[in-house]
Design a protein around this ligand. Structure first.
Ligand SMILES: Cc1cc2nc3c(=O)[nH]c(=O)nc-3n(C[C@H](O)[C@H](O)[C@H](O)COP(=O)(O)OP(=O)(O)OC[C@H]3O[C@@H](n4cnc5c(N)ncnc54)[C@H](O)[C@@H]3O)c2cc1C
Length: 408
């Protein structure tokens, strides 16, 4: 028996390996990762891990746990080719790994800024090693330019401010968080950053970058000049698909899988940031999610299906972000329909719902201190999963408990 091979020892691959054992699978399980570390959580890299003395890894398993569960973890080695006919993966150390079932959990990597002039002071954040390199240049008084007003850039802006750095965020779009975040929530986050002393320049294209290895000179399209000790580029992520593509598997904004996370090859599955899949709760619309919980859920689902469960993905997308004392949570896909405000920040938290044309609740977003929005978002998630069509007045009134809508 060749067993199950998992390529990519990140959130998804690591969880899938553990899930296989939880499910009672007794065959060989091999987890291959090109990073030198145990699988670890990436979310802290832009948050807590960045503000301490030095970033620390939050591993999702230990060597001892892998040994106890008979999971072979091969680190610092890259899978370079998949021979589908022979059911063998070629590894960068020259060895080959046979498989009965193969899971591709190769994640995503930062989108590269297609400009000349970048150098060692222009950095991206994806890995723990990236975080270490970045942290070395963050301290009180250091000048940090963040290119891209997305989640990672904004979380880093908050962390850099906490360390006393001077921070400028440059965003080409008319507002920060254009992708998937309602304007009202983005507005609250924008204000929070300004209140903490971050300068946000929206609607600003880049004209030129010059990095001499000591500082970075940035020319904006409108003629403004910014000089920084560090430029952090956070302009999105792209799925890692090369292995799948070279093996002849379909790519469609990620490795294309069905709702059971299967590729067209019945023995190859893909899950997590690297795959696109039909989202059942949204009528089978094909999406790719870059989210921690999705990576966990899909790792576990792929494990069940590789063992023959034949189970469709049914989860509602969910994402969170922490900036300063505020936590944002978004359930569902908020880019359609009518919006209804349930709570305002004056009530301790801001909660917004989105209804589709047919009245179905499709998304809920909330922001507030600490855990303030968690319960409402959790209940909304259940309403979304249940394809509920709650009355807009009920959603908008705090006198009506969300739990009662669920019962209805
Ligand atoms: C800084 C940061 C902050 C984040 N914060 C949040 C947050 O607040 N909330 C949230 O919901 N999500 C957050 N995320 C997103 C979340 O971490 C990801 O969605 C999740 O890590 C995806 O897991 P994955 O296993 O699919 O991919 P990854 O975690 O990227 O793991 C994939 C692994 O596969 C390896 N690999 C790729 N190709 C090969 C190959 N050929 N051979 C061997 N190994 C290979 C990669 O090096 C990597 O180690 C954050 C991400 C980052 C980077």
């Amino acid at each position: 028996m060749a067993g199950i091979a998992i390529i990519g020892a990140g959130e998804c691959g690591g969880r899938a390996a553990l899930a296989l054992r939880d499910l009672g699978y007794e065959g060989p399980v091999t987890l291959v990762g090109d990073e030198p570390h145990l699988p670890y959580e990436r979310p802290p890299l832009s948050k807590d891990a960045m503000t301490g003395e030095a970033p620390a890894i939050k591993a999702i398993a230990t060597d001892a746990l892998f040994a106890e569960r008979a999971i072979r973890h091969i680190h610092s080695v890259r899978a370079v080719a998949v021979d589908r006919a022979a059911h063998v993966v070629q590894l960068s150390d020259g060895s080959s790994l046979p498989y009965d079932k193969l899971l591709l959990a190769t994640g995503s990597v930062p989108r590269q800024l297609p400009m000349l002039g970048l150098g060692s002071r222009c950095v991206y954040l994806r890995t723990f090693n990236d975080a270490l390199a970045m942290r070395a240049h963050l301290s009180a008084g250091s000048r940090v330019a963040i290119i891209g007003g997305g989640f990672i850039g904004l979380e880093l802006a908050a962390s850099a401010r906490k360390l006393g750095a001077e921070v400028i965020v440059i965003e080409a779009q008319p507002r920060i968080l254009m992708r998937g975040v309602p304007a009202e929530i983005a507005g609250i986050i924008h204000k929070a950053h300004e209140a903490e002393g971050v300068s946000i320049r929206t609607g600003q294209g880049l004209a030129a970058i010059a990095d001499d290895g000591k500082e970075v000179a940035i020319a904006l399209a409108d003629g403004q000049k910014i000089v920084a000790d560090l430029a952090v580029i956070g302009i999105g992520a792209v799925p890692v698909t090369v292995l799948a593509a070279e093996a002849g598997l379909a790519i469609d904004n990620g490795i294309a899988v069905d709702e059971r996370l299967r590729t067209a090859d019945p023995d190859i599955f893909a899950a997590g940031d690297c795959c696109s899949f039909p989202l059942t709760v949204y009528g089978g619309r094909r999406v790719r999610l870059e989210a921690w919980r999705n990576a966990q859920e899909q790792g576990a689902l792929a494990a069940r299906n590789m063992l023959g469960a034949d189970e469709a993905h049914a989860a509602v997308p969910w994402f969170w972000s922490d900036q300063y004392g505020l936590t944002l949570q978004i359930a569902g896909l908020s880019d359609e329909g009518k919006s209804i405000v349930r709570r305002d920040l004056d009530d301790g938290a801001f909660i917004l719902f989105h209804l589709a044309q047919d009245g179905r609740l499709v998304a809920a977003s909330g922001i507030g201190p600490g855990n303030a929005v968690a319960r409402d978002i959790r209940l909304a998630e259940m309403l979304i999963a249940g394809r509920a069509k709650p009355a807009p007045e009920a959603l908008g009134s705090q006198a009506v408990k969300l739990k009662s809508l669920l019962a209805a």
